[in-house]
Design a protein around this ligand. Sequence first.
Ligand SMILES: [Zn+2]
Length: 142
Amino acid sequence: MLSVNVGTLLQQESGSKKIVAIDDVVENGNDRFLVKGTVRLCKTNRFIVAEADLVATSELTCMRCLNKFISTFTVKFTDEFYTKDNLIVMAREGNREDDLEDFFTVDGRNILDLSEAIRQYAIMSEPLKPICTENCDPLRQR
Ligand SMILES: [Zn+2]
């Protein structure tokens, strides 16, 4: 579930947690990631911390033979999600508005949407040099 209602969590005291099971598809242009795992949400007095422990599966192009293959890699990240109220407090404390724009946010209906964060971190977690098999050798395949 990529859209999580955190209305109840936000009313609970700091340190309260919510575990979200993820088994979803996140898309990025032509890329599709199938992501599975858990995201732990923890409320602090300033924001909600999301701690993701996921495995992504995606079709990548082998850099040696240029064939497409299915790649599986881990996507782990910790990031913060701010409600509008959190952001107002931050702005009052002198943070510049454009700094605040970069944060992930919880919308006015208390929906915390994980898809953008997972998409960004999945792209960063993709293998830099995708190779279909360890000893892929395009010259020998002819
Ligand atoms: Zn290959």
